[in-house]
Design a protein around this ligand. Structure first.
Ligand code: PEP
Ligand code: MN
Length: 671
């Protein structure tokens, strides 16, 4: 600190240094990106390297007396941005030299959400284009068609408000094509005069969609009316220029700060899962880059007759093409036609897509290809997730998976299987590994039930010292063999810090049992690994205790943590523990880690396991872990709660139905 610096001045100076260092770091990231590109085979995302960096940050933070979890959270943001930069191709005119004049048109003013989304798009581009702030979507597309702008960036759907029909309609009519997509998490705040308090506000201005998204909050304000403006930034500008205390605007925080407005309340949207998907459009299609996952957007109309949509969907389904969006609208007029918006997760020029598109054209009255482009943001780099179709009833048409997500949800790999991020993972296996035959038979049951991961205890934490304590490393070896035999990655509990490395050398995922949730030495050790950890909630642990326990692992630099609700101690004796279903949404609200549920240890009796499992799926769990046994009566551990082949069949059908209901609910909410 210079002798004359006040603490505030010191903060300002340090902030400038931090930003300058970030810019230098980003330069280095770009250089690495170019090397990866030259190499041609290197993927943008390098998990091992990210893990190393994360550990180094956590260690350095601790050296300086900072909490490791805080440092790694900051790092997460930096790594996310770096990946974007390295992914490079954003759809923006690549042929133009970075500093050549490129114009991008948006609907809205500076710091509107479209403008913030453009910042995000530009992260991978380098140069700064000229931004045309226009009043309407039509004006933005006019600018592109007349050549005044090379691109327009338009919002196309929102998690709360659904698809923007006006934009879809325009895309169908104009000679433009989608070149890229971007998902922007939306956080609304109420901003007002620097001297105003919440009680002063009588009129709230904003974009109609923003007003709609904050209805609950607005309903709590007394004597206050809402008024529409063309966009959130212009609403904020009007408040700023008025100098009045009774006016406030709903806008983004950067916008409020930019205009010097006072933030009266943060996070005022009815739902925190608020994100908007934007598309970048231009007159020429984006070059298909098959090194990245592609997406194709379509708009089509079919007659309102039984089976006409099903035929179209079947054309994609039987070629194993995944639909990531399906929305319908009744066509205006009395033609009896329905209009559908579809996104298919593939480039349009692949053989499967070409065949599917040719077939679909034959069934539709009107067919528009809106664009084929690289899948945007984190979705593009996330590990491939197991298809939900694994457990879906064959008779049910493919439904819409989760629409745009707000905060990026973590995806944790267990071997080749991804947990979180919208898919659903069943983990199944015996409570304890008892013998070679038992674990092989159990693995076969698990696989036949649609499980993607095999569980089994080699080290058993038993409440009584007289109960079977597990076969130890010999059991782990048997579990690993069974996993290999049935092509299932394995998860097993580790009890002691000193065993961690040996168990990690064999198991794909390490489980921390309920009785060890607050074994901090064990958690700390697991934090140094790059193996995923399945952390179970303690018998008497609150949700916050579980989150804090997870942070012990994250603080060490290991970000691969899956949380597991498994029932808690209550006064109730009808069940072994009480399954806290509310833990699922509550944990998903507090963290972005995947959340799974173990209904077996909560129920204690097999009759209750399937109903509890289905409640967990309905509540939004990313997966389930259940116990099974080829001969429950002979089980050495937890026989009464072990599922049989018949129970597993019931579970499988139930999961499929629940997943479909969940997806339909999401689709309905988005539509
Ligand atoms: C287990 O899953 O094997 C187990 C012992 O469960 P919990 O730690 O939840 O009791
Ligand atoms: Mn058990």
């Amino acid at each position: 600190m210079a002798a004359t610096d006040s603490p505030r001045q010191e903060i300002d100076r340090l902030d400038r240094e931090i930003v300058a260092l970030l810019a230098r770091r980003m330069d280095a990231v770009r250089r690495v990106g170019r090397l990866k590109q030259a190499d041609g085979t290197a993927a943008v995302r390098d998990d091992a390297r990210e893990h190393e960096v994360s550990r180094a940050w956590a260690a350095a933070a601790q050296e300086h007396g900072l909490p490791g979890w805080f440092a790694t959270r900051v790092l997460d943001e930096i790594l996310g941005h770096s990946r974007r930069v390295q992914e490079g191709s954003t759809g923006l005119s690549e042929d133009a030299a970075p500093d050549a004049a490129v114009q991008v048109a948006i609907q809205g003013g500076p710091r509107s959400f479209s403008d913030l989304a453009l910042d995000q798009v530009l992260a991978g581009h380098g140069g700064e284009p000229e931004r045309l702030y226009l009043d309407s979507f039509t004006a933005a597309l006019d600018a592109v068609e007349s050549g005044r702008a090379q691109h327009a960036l338009l919002p196309i759907e929102n998690t709360i408000a659904g698809s923007l029909n006006a934009v879809y309609r325009l895309l169908g009519e104009r000679s433009v094509t989608i070149q890229a997509e971007e998902v922007l998490p939306i956080a609304h705040c109420l901003a007002g005069h620097p001297d105003a308090g919440l009680d002063d506000v009588r009129r709230v201005l904003s974009h109609p969609v923003a007003l709609q998204q904050c209805q609950r909050f607005l309903g709590q304000l007394t004597d206050c009316t809402a008024e529409s403006r063309s966009d959130t930034a212009r609403a904020a500008e009007a408040v700023s220029q008025s100098g009045r205390r009774d006016l406030a605007a709903i806008c983004s925080e950067p916008c409020a700060r930019f205009l010097g407005l006072h933030i009266l309340r943060r996070d005022i949207a009815d739902s925190r899962r608020n994100a908007t998907r934007f598309v970048l459009v231009g007159t020429a299609p984006a070059p298909a880059d098959h090194a990245r996952p592609g997406r194709t957007s379509l708009m089509l109309t079919v007659d309102n007759r039984q089976g006409s949509l099903a035929r179209c969907l079947e054309a994609f389904a039987h070629r194993r093409l995944n639909l990531s969006k399906l929305e319908s609208r009744r066509c205006p007029g009395d033609t009896g036609e329905y209009l559908f918006y579809l996104d298919v997760d593939a480039w349009a020029d692949t053989d499967a897509m070409q065949a599917a598109l040719a077939e679909v054209r034959g069934y539709t009255n009107d067919f528009r290809l809106l664009g084929t482009y690289p899948r945007g943001g984190e979705a593009a780099t996330a590990l491939p997730r197991p298809a939900v179709a694994e457990v879906r009833l064959a008779t049910v048409a493919p439904a819409k998976p989760a629409p745009v997500s707000t905060r990026e949800r973590a995806v944790v790999p267990i071997g080749p299987v991804s947990v979180g991020g919208g898919g659903f993972v069943l983990i199944a296996g015996p409570c304890a590994v008892e013998s070679r035959q038992q674990v092989l038979a159990a693995a076969a049951m698990a696989r036949d039930a649609g499980a993607l991961v095999l569980r089994g205890g080699a080290f058993k934490p038993r409440t009584s010292p007289h109960a079977f304590q597990g076969l130890g490393f010999a059991g782990l070896d048997l579990l690993a063999r069974a996993g290999r035999a049935y092509d299932l990655p394995i998860v097993t509990e580790v009890l002691r810090t000193e065993d961690v490395e040996r168990v990690a050398a064999v198991a794909d995922c390490l489980q921390v049992g309920a009785r060890n949730m607050q074994n901090f030495a064990l958690l700390k050790k697991l934090g140094t690994l790059d193996r995923p950890v399945l952390l179970k909630r303690g018998l008497s642990a609150s949700i916050d205790d579980l989150v804090a326990a997870a942070e012990h692992i994250l603080a060490g630099g290991n970000r691969r943590v899956i949380l597991c609700e498994r029932g808690i101690r209550t006064f109730e004796t009808a069940t072994r523990s009480t399954l806290d279903v509310s833990a699922v949404p509550a944990l998903r609200e507090r963290t972005n880690l995947p959340v799974i549920v173990d209904p077996s240890h909560a129920a204690g009796r097999r009759e209750l396991v399937v109903p509890l499992a289905l409640a967990a799926v309905a509540a939004g769990a990313d997966g389930l872990m259940v116990e099974l046994h080829p001969d429950p009566a002979a089980a050495l551990c937890d026989g009464p709660q072990a599922l049989t082949v018949a129970d597993l069949a019931e579970l499988r059908v139930g999961i499929a139905a629940q997943m479909n209901a969940r997806e339909q609910a999401l689709a309905a909410r988005a539509g």
